[in-house]
Design a protein around this ligand. Structure first.
Ligand code: SF4
Length: 244
């Protein structure tokens, strides 16, 4: 367990699909094998402690856009029951009608119940899934994403939005463009994460990042269905908190 208690865990996204966003803490990603990711170190097996932290984060939500994105360095299934109940209560009290959750492919069978459960309260759940690329061999043999040979069509049966990872060795302008266009064809929204160096083996490729910035960033930066995170803290959560 490696928890930084002063991580920035609440922010407001004002452009493109305005929403509040919270970084909650759960019991930890069950996959933990993606070769580019060390976010999953933000977890605790102590559900009471997680709830206490999540309560303080959710207390900052105002409901100003009636939409809330919840991320927790894993899947919504890793959140404790008390936190899920508090989320429902927060949505009710703050008149939030759209809730975005993240989910790994391994938990896809939990998605229909989650959507029905929240829909019964008038809350529309949108599921964001980290797919990284639709090139299945690259995704599984290099990134170890844990999605088998799932195609865009299959993934779209469960997910409403996808995250793509770009700026890594082996990618080209055409492969990145193909992933973005496939994401836009099958999903409501696409979130592009530009690879940042971390403690895991996969490194950003400066030449590929440069190609993305020259050829793709100008084309997609204004697209209202595309979020582009040049830094992984661009949504305002995950970095060090300002002194309070
Ligand atoms: S990218 Fe997501 S699924 Fe993969 S190890 Fe990180 S938190 Fe887990």
């Amino acid at each position: 367990m490696n928890i930084d208690p002063i991580l920035q865990r609440y922010s407001v996204i004002r452009e493109k699909n305005p929403r509040e966003i919270v970084l909650l803490r759960g019991s930890g990603c069950r996959w933990r094998r993606c070769r580019f990711c060390d976010y999953h170190t933000d977890f605790s097996k102590d559900s009471a402690e997680n709830y206490r932290l999540n309560h303080s984060v959710l207390a900052q939500v105002t409901g100003k856009y009636h939409a809330l994105e919840v991320i927790n360095s894993g899947s919504f299934t890793d959140l404790d029951e008390a936190t899920i109940s508090l989320l429902k209560q927060t949505c009710f009290e703050k008149e939030i009608s759209r809730l975005h959750f993240e989910c790994h492919w391994m938990h896809r069978q939990s998605i229909p119940y989650c959507k029905e459960d929240f829909a019964s309260l008038g809350i529309c759940v949108k599921i964001k899934m980290g797919v990284e690329t639709f090139h299945t061999l690259f995704r599984e043999s290099y990134l170890d994403k844990g999605m088998g040979d799932a195609s865009a069509q299959e993934i779209a049966r469960y997910a409403d939005e996808v995250c793509l990872l770009q700026g890594i060795p082996g990618q080209t302008v055409e492969s990145m463009r193909h992933d973005i266009e496939t994401g836009l064809e099958y999903f409501e929204r696409v979130c592009i994460n530009i690879m940042q160096k971390n403690s895991r083996p996969i490194l950003p490729d400066p030449a590929v990042v440069s190609l993305f910035m020259q050829e793709l960033y100008p084309k997609y930066r204004e697209n209202p269905r595309v979020d582009i995170l040049l830094q992984n803290t661009d949504f305002g959560v995950g970095g060090a908190a300002d002194a309070q």
